[in-house]
Design a protein around this ligand. Structure first.
Ligand SMILES: Nc1nc2c(ncn2[C@@H]2O[C@H](COP(=O)(O)OP(=O)(O)OP(=O)(O)O)[C@@H](O)[C@H]2O)c(=O)[nH]1
Ligand SMILES: [Mg+2]
Length: 355
């Protein structure tokens, strides 16, 4: 036992012992020993890591599909790494947290455009042109759209614009900024409805904005109440609906929203997202809310991040246009209408000549 414990530790136990003959024919004394260390070593780490395993599986899938893309376009890839200027641009774009696969595809397309003129400026300009072809932006309240809306409005109820999205991204603030700007710059009256039944007192914030803007205001908790309030606001140019922030990674909240809005006519959903959110979470949130019919995206907190790659990645992955960028807390100043030039400026700040 002393020899066994010295070699295998104090938990070692003898299972079986006895005399046997070894392969050379010598009689020897054999002892079968076991150590029970499984519980300590294996089980706890497995219990804690089922989530990590899932993430790991996702990562492996991502890497596998990227590798197959690299293999299928091997020659161009060697081109990127073999060329100093090109690899510099490639790495800069990755540092902006742009999606590696998208960057790679856009750069290979850009290279075809520049032909032999492979200077830094010409490649970056071609890259920007290719990027601008893929992303889309919209001005929901341009003069042209406003006059179309006014023409329709003589016989219809006001259109509804909802502000939906995860918790705390800036839905209420953004709604107030847009409503205020429509009033100040275009003299348009917007009705405001708070569909915010989840948190008691949550409508106080939007009610205050409505008071300051002298806008018609209602709080509703069901589709029927929403329809009623909309009729009450029939002299308004549009109705803005503030909604409760939810964790839309969970399908139950998407279903809740669909039940309220799916049967209403002329509803436009602004999906409000934070530019500081993780790339993967933004993508999943958009996927989750896709069935409701997203009209346009709004990105907030652009001022709170050092790289806007994850924002642009969503515009590369989904067809939804970007409507606004929110750049601070001040109401109504800190909001900008989206434009492709501004998006380029987010990746290459200060490079106006690239426009
Ligand atoms: N820095 C910065 N802060 C912002 C921006 N937009 C909103 N905020 C701030 O973010 C916080 C949350 O804003 P809200 O408008 O209440 O967010 P919400 O999405 O309505 O929140 P819930 O209704 O609770 O889901 C406030 O402190 C805002 O001032 C922005 O673009 N930049
Ligand atoms: Mg809110």
């Amino acid at each position: 036992m002393d020899m066994i414990k010295k070699e295998l530790g104090p938990d070692a136990v003898i299972l079986k012992s006895g005399k046997v003959v070894d392969p050379s024919g010598e009689p020897v004394f054999e002892v079968q020993v076991a150590v029970d260390n499984q519980q300590e070593v294996i089980l706890p780490s497995f219990r804690d890591s089922s989530n990590q395993l899932k993430q790991l599986e996702g990562k492996i899938e991502e890497i596998t599909s990227f590798l197959s893309l690299l293999v299928s376009t091997k020659d161009q890839f060697t081109g990127i790494y073999g060329d100093e200027v090109l690899s510099k641009i490639y790495h800069y774009l990755l540092m902006q947290e742009l999606d590696e696969k998208k960057v790679y595809l856009l750069l290979t397309r850009a290279l075809k455009l520049v032909k032999d003129n492979k200077s830094h400026t010409s490649i970056v300009s071609a890259f920007c042109r290719e990027l601008m072809k893929v992303v889309s932006t919209i001005k929901p309240f341009s003069d042209e759209i406003i006059s179309q809306m006014k023409a329709k409005r003589s016989y219809l109820l006001p259109p509804i614009y909802t502000f939906i999205g995860p918790t705390g991204v800036g839905k209420t603030t953004t709604l107030a900024k847009i409503a205020a700007n429509l009033k100040i710059t275009k003299g348009l009256k917007v009705g405001i409805i708070s569909f915010d039944s989840y948190r008691i007192g949550a409508c106080e914030q939007i009610a205050t904005y409505a008071r300051v803007l002298d806008a018609p205001f209602a709080t509703v908790q069901s589709r029927e109440e929403l329809e009623f309030a909309r009729k009450q606001m029939k002299d308004c140019f549009a109705v803005f609906v503030d909604t409760t922030g939810r964790n839309f990674l969970l399908s139950q909240y998407v279903i809740e929203l669909t039940e309220v809005f799916s049967s209403l006519s002329e509803v436009y959903h602004f999906l409000v997202l934070s530019a500081t959110a993780k790339d993967k979470d933004l993508t999943k949130t958009i996927q989750q809310l896709d069935p409701i019919g997203i009209y346009a995206l709004i990105f907030t907190k652009v001022d709170e991040t050092l790289s806007c790659g994850s924002l642009i990645n969503q515009l590369l992955r989904f067809p939804h246009p970007l409507a606004y960028l929110s750049t601070g807390q001040r109401v109504p100043e800190d909001i900008e209408e989206a434009s492709k030039k501004r998006l380029i400026n987010l990746i290459f700040p200060g490079k106006r000549e690239l426009g």
